[in-house]
Design a protein. Structure first.
Length: 191
């Protein structure tokens, strides 16, 4: 594989909200979740960790490509704690050892009443991904490669039936829905 152009982390940092200004989710009465956007600056000029969720009956995000994350637990004091806990549980990465770059504004699910806090982290050292039973697959996607992928449209199966959605088709994976919208923010694209 060719060496890729480095992802511009400085440009990303300028687009992120500082942790101190992040509006805490949960003020609207919606269900609260958080995701960890984990960037390894050493992998191919900067790569982001993505997972494919395990297929589960009744789970609307079953089998989808996502960032590590999930719903806020009663023991989580903040959405940032949720992102830390979920990353540890799902992929075995202790985010407190790495740099929090900031966050994107809250993202709302289109089919569920869930508000999600997307936090962006940059690894300070090498990590080994250790998947739990909620994760069928994990992979690192070079951000420079993702930046060059055109938006596609594809039909996906959702609880209500089939839906035509915008997505990224990346190495046999379909990135759509909330992950697609967060990815657009990460790449500096309008969604």
């Amino acid at each position: 594989m060719n060496v890729r152009e480095a992802f511009d982390v400085d440009s990303l940092k300028r687009r992120l909200l500082p942790e101190s200004s992040v509006k805490e989710a949960g003020k609207t009465g919606l269900s609260v979740a958080a995701v960890a956007i984990i960037i390894d600056p050493k992998k191919e000029g900067g790569s982001v960790l993505l997972i494919r969720r395990t297929e589960r009956q009744g789970d609307p995000w079953s089998g989808q490509i996502a960032f590590p994350g999930g719903h806020k637990a009663p023991t989580d004091q903040t959405s940032l704690e949720t992102a830390h806990r979920e990353a540890w549980e799902e992929v075995g990465i202790q985010l407190s050892e790495h740099e929090l770059l900031g966050a994107f504004p809250l993202v709302y699910s289109r089919s569920r009443e869930v508000e999600v806090s997307p936090f962006v982290f940059q690894l300070r050292h090498d990590v080994s991904v250790r998947k739990n039973d909620e994760v069928a697959e994990s992979f690192w996607a070079p951000l420079s490669e993702l930046q060059n992928i055109a938006v596609s449209k594809i039909e996906v199966q959702v609880e209500e039936g089939r839906l035509l959605v915008e997505c990224y088709l990346y190495r046999g994976h379909t990135i759509w829905g909330m992950t697609f919208r967060i990815m657009n923010s990460l790449l500096g694209r309008e969604s």
